[in-house]
Design a protein around this ligand. Structure first.
Ligand code: UD1
Ligand code: CA
Length: 467
């Protein structure tokens, strides 16, 4: 492929059918915006230059694109006068003069870099002035039709609204992805007219111009048409989201991951899974989550930006920015908030919430606890109902628990507080002061039994009813 490749991504359109405050190309599937998926495909071509055309909601779209691809050139199209006009704006902004120019849209999230590369290579090998990535579909409605002559050469692309009845019957359609010889493109763009059904400057009219000039025009069909499909409303967004997820999950299965129920398993594009991971139904792995070999996740678990160690087991849990060590056990019904780090062989059990805490190797928080802003040493055990009272009404304070500590059930640790190695706390203790290494801390009040209380109470209630 030519080393002199310019890619133009069109993203100026309004996206009115989304009915959203968020620009169309910023809507997400598989954890990335639509335009992020397109730019990822574009990046695989290693282009000399990338130009993004922005217009509608450009105060959102522009910075988003720049954050994803700092080297991008942004071209502003103030008024959306058609794809031909958009490309003209882009070419002027980029100062493109030679090589190959590839034009794609920003709303086709299933697009793959390999497909763009194959298309650009076909275009260059056939020495075309202009080429279109086409597709043969059952329902061509709405798309530009590829009109071929008797020899099969491409004559024109005719838009839906401009097509006659015969042309509407053509099932080969334009994906909207086109490739150009830059010199031809620069010469053709000012010659495009807008005397058509939409009153727009159609980029696709360059095909007719090339034909008239006796230049070579190519139409190269893609087998996997869905890669070129755009999402114009939220119904299509969900459909493409489901299809992309199906593809991602299928690829992980081919790479050695067991997925019991692909239909209820959602894996974002940036997730990494090792061979022999097992995903049970209802699992969502989001963001940059990684799962190491032999770990079992699910059922009914959502993990965002988490790191799960080899052989760990995570059952019915919700986690974000948590790191779970090898062989550790989590769940069921555990809530791991950002900054949770569970060491190898450790446990975060049922109805336990953790936040910004390091729980050491083999340490366990088995039941009904809140552990926030705490350090728990290796081998320690926190009894049922342990609470770190980390907030004093003004500041968040840390609780530090040493190694091999035994915290009794229902202990309240009023931070800042430190419990030394191998220390104990009694059931129901309220720990406000540091506990020395090896000590037992108790703080309960003496118990008093009031005999006959139930009968006295019943009598009192009868009396009140009578008066
Ligand atoms: C376009 C093609 C059509 C093709 C279809 C595939 C033209 C004239 N038609 O039609 O042959 O079958 O895509 O989906 O090219 N845009 C701008 N500025 C503009 C106009 C559009 O940036 O002034 C962007 C839009 O945001 C969108 C893309 O270009 O991402 C395509 O524009 P759209 O108006 O949706 O074209 P279609 O009618 O779908
Ligand atoms: Ca469109």
């Amino acid at each position: 492929m030519s080393s002199d490749l310019t890619v133009i991504v069109l993203a100026a359109g309004g996206g009115t059918r989304m009915k959203s405050q968020t620009a169309k190309v910023l809507h997400q599937i598989a954890g990335r915006s639509m335009i992020d998926h397109v730019l990822t495909a574009v990046r695989a071509l290693d282009p000399h230059q990338v130009v993004a055309v922005v217009g509608h909601q450009r105060e959102q779209v522009g910075p988003h694109i720049q954050a994803l691809m700092p080297e991008v050139t942004l071209a502003v199209q103030d008024e959306q006068r058609g794809t031909g006009h958009a490309v003209r704006v882009a070419v002027e902004a980029a100062g493109t003069t030679s090589g190959t120019v590839l034009v794609a849209a920003g709303d086709t999230p299933l697009l793959r870099g390999e497909s763009l590369r194959d298309f650009a290579q076909e275009h260059e090998a056939a020495q075309c002035a202009v080429s279109v990535l086409s597709g043969v579909v059952d329902e061509p409605f709405g798309y530009g039709r590829i009109v071929r002559n008797h020899e099969g050469d491409v004559e024109a692309i005719v838009e839906e609204k401009d097509a006659n009845a015969e042309q509407r019957g053509i099932r080969e359609i334009s994906s909207g992805i086109l490739a150009f010889d830059a010199e031809f493109l620069i010469e053709a763009l000012p010659r495009l007219g807008n005397d058509n059904a939409k009153g727009e400057y159609y980029l696709t009219d360059t095909v007719g111009l090339a034909r008239d000039a006796g230049l070579t025009v190519g139409a190269f069909p893609i087998d996997d048409w869905r890669q070129t499909e755009g999402a114009n409303d939220r119904v299509q967004l969900a459909e493409l989201g489901r299809e992309l997820n199906r593809r991602i999950v299928e690829q992980w299965m081919r790479d050695g991951v067991t997925v019991m129920d692909p239909a209820t398993t959602w894996v974002d594009a940036d997730v990494t899974l090792a061979p022999d991971v097992i995903l049970l139904p209802g699992t969502q792995l989001l963001g940059a989550t990684t799962v190491a070999e032999d770990a079992v996740v699910g059922p009914d678990t959502t993990l965002k930006d988490c790191e799960i160690g080899a052989g760990a087991r995570v059952v019915r849990a919700h986690g974000e920015l948590a790191v779970i060590g090898a062989g550790a056990v989590v769940g069921p019904f555990s809530y791991m908030r950002p900054g949770t780090e569970l060491g190898p062989g450790g446990k975060i059990g049922a109805f336990v919430e953790t936040k910004n805490s390091r729980i050491g190797d083999g340490a366990k928080v088995p039941h009904l606890s809140y552990v926030g802003d705490a350090d728990v040493g290796a081998g320690s055990n926190l009894g049922a109902g342990t609470i770190t009272a980390n907030y004093d009404g003004f500041n968040k304070n840390r609780t530090t628990i040493g190694r091999d500590v035994r915290i009794g059930v229902d202990t309240m640790l009023i931070a800042p507080v430190e419990v030394g190695d191998s220390a104990y706390t009694g059931a129901g203790a309220v720990i406000k002061d540091d506990v020395p290494e090896g000590a037992l801390a108790v703080s309960e009040n003496a118990q008093r039994n009031i005999d006959g209380y139930a009968a006295d109470k019943a009598a009192k209630m009868r009396e009140e009813q009578d008066t």
